[in-house]
Write a protein that binds this ligand. Structure first.
Ligand code: SF4
Length: 506
């Protein structure tokens, strides 16, 4: 199982990690090789001892003081090294993206530049892939593509593996999403060869309807696993799909909502290598939204694992019920990510978010009061959002700034595949459809409302707010630009529970 460059070097690639774990629990030797981590470390280690190596020590928790300020400085050194690499190769390289000179959206143009030999991976193959292939002699390689940032790496890796005479299949969540949209998906088979859609159940021969993630064992790994993180991060989910499944602009509503039994977590963690357990792992719950009832059921297993955890929850009344949040905090909850979106009640109702701003504010306050970090997501530029509505959402952030540890401020994009796009006319939205012969991949559609694109106006508004709103500025200064959720859950913040417990210090 190969995860191509690039995805975050802070944690194992979740899709590939869990599929390897599910296959191993079913008796298959599916060995995970994270070529993305190898790619980044190849660049950073070329620098030798110096600022980059000190930055890595800090980001791995070996220097103490893992705070938003030191994090920003350390990331600055890594970023500087990647800027140099981008200049050298012509491929724009950051801590979460790798973009070929052709851009990332045209599979056929990416294939063309790979065929011309200008992809920057030859050294990576010689150093990290070929020795593993020589040793393991795999019968087949599954190349897991979860993000657009991995597409060019996947195309080139598949070509390299094929030259060595080994069969490949490409799978992963990006391919599943593109199959839903149909936008550019036709090109994928041509550039990636054999494709594997779905959750990987067909590889293991599971019965239809059986959830792959219900049985897990710690995956076998090849190559390095020294992720850039103070604590090892373990991907897991207590459900697939979304229990709410109603937001009109959500592109992820096709997957059925299913529970993953707490036993899967127990067997995964019981099987974890000693060095992971003794280093104080942090579980990354991948659920679209933690269902309060399922979270409640999973808390004893999470607590027993001894790990901290973080994930997405909905800022609605049900997370406040009883003492669920208190027990979550006591069971190791380090951070909850809340999709607050907007403070305009009418907009939230229109798009069937099922949350209201007053409750969201109460949820965020109570979560922070329990020492759980809060990471809030705001969405500006929803169709129908006027100037007053935008200002209202900014006022919400100002009022709650002391309880919002981190914020993600984004501008609405219209997903190709969602109910809102199907009902665009009802909301005065005019999506711009693709031109014939355009083979580019698209997960989002350009659109206009009342003949204009709201994105420009929203961009101007946000630039003004960032300059004039002190609460917003303090939240954004605290929010790291790179590494995102895994590191955010571990940063030391006044008033929040420490994840970097001294008992795990090495
Ligand atoms: S809560 Fe999130 S995952 Fe669930 S439907 Fe809404 S946007 Fe989608």
């Amino acid at each position: 199982m190969v995860s191509p460059p690039v995805c975050t070097p802070a944690e194992p690639p979740s899709g590939a990690f869990l599929l390897s774990a599910a296959l191993r629990a079913r008796g298959f030797d599916a060995v995970l090789l994270d070529l993305s981590l190898e790619f980044y470390m190849g660049i950073f280690e070329r620098e030798g001892a110096g600022q980059v190596s000190k930055a890595l020590e800090l980001l791995r928790g070996r220097r103490g003081g893992f705070t938003p300020q030191t994090h920003r400085t350390a990331c600055g050194f890594l970023h500087g090294s990647l800027v140099e690499e981008s200049r050298r190769t012509g491929w724009r390289t950051t801590l979460m993206d790798l973009e070929p000179p052709t851009g990332s959206h045209s599979p056929s143009r990416i294939l063309q530049i790979c065929e011309e030999g200008s992809a920057p991976f030859q050294d990576l193959y010689e150093r990290a892939l070929d020795p593993v292939l020589d040793e393991l002699k795999p019968r087949e390689i599954l190349v897991s593509v979860s993000y657009l940032s991995q597409l060019a790496g996947a195309i080139d890796a598949i070509r390299h593996i094929a030259r060595r005479g080994i069969a490949t299949r490409a799978g992963g969540s990006l391919l599943n999403s593109l199959r839903e949209t149909g936008e550019g998906a036709g090109e994928l088979g041509r550039v990636l060869g054999r494709l594997e859609y779905g959750d990987g159940g067909s590889l293991a021969g599971t019965a239809p309807g059986e959830a792959m993630l219900n049985r897990l064992r710690w995956p076998l790994t090849a190559g390095r696993t020294d992720y850039i993180s103070p604590r090892p991060v373990v991907p897991f989910a207590i459900s697939t799909g979304c229990f709410w499944n109603r937001c009109l602009f959500c592109p992820d509503r096709t997957q059925p909502f299913r529970k993953i039994g707490p036993d899967a977590l127990v067997s995964l963690m019981e099987d974890a290598p000693g060095e992971i357990v003794s280093a104080g792992p942090v579980i990354h719950l991948l659920d679209s939204a933690l269902a309060p009832g399922y979270l409640d059921e999973a808390l004893p297993s999470l607590r027993r694992s001894g790990a901290a955890f973080y994930g997405f929850a909905r800022p609605s009344r049900d997370i406040l019920s009883g003492d669920l949040l208190e027990r979550a905090a006591e069971s190791g909850c380090a951070m909850l990510q809340y999709g607050v979106e907007s403070a305009d009640r009418k907009l939230l109702e229109t798009f069937d978010k099922g949350i209201d701003p007053d409750t969201a504010s109460e949820v965020v306050r109570r979560t922070a009061g329990l020492g759980i970090r809060t990471y809030c997501y705001f969405l500006f530029g929803l169709p129908g959002e006027g100037p007053a509505s935008r200002v209202g959402t900014m006022d919400f952030i100002e009022r709650n700034a002391a309880d919002i540890d981190y914020a993600n401020i984004s501008i609405f994009n219209l997903p190709v595949n969602c109910e809102l796009t199907e009902r665009a006319g009802e909301f005065g939205i005019r999506p711009v459809r693709r031109l014939q012969g355009d083979d580019r991949i698209r997960l989002y559609l350009p659109f206009t409302t009342s003949g204009e694109s709201p994105r420009h106006e929203v961009r101007r508004f946000l630039a003004g707010a960032k300059a004039s709103r002190p609460g917003l500025r303090s939240v954004l200064t605290r929010t790291p630009r790179w590494f995102r959720a895994a590191h955010l859950a571990m940063l030391e913040i006044d008033g929040r529970r420490s994840v970097l417990d001294p008992r795990f210090e090495d």
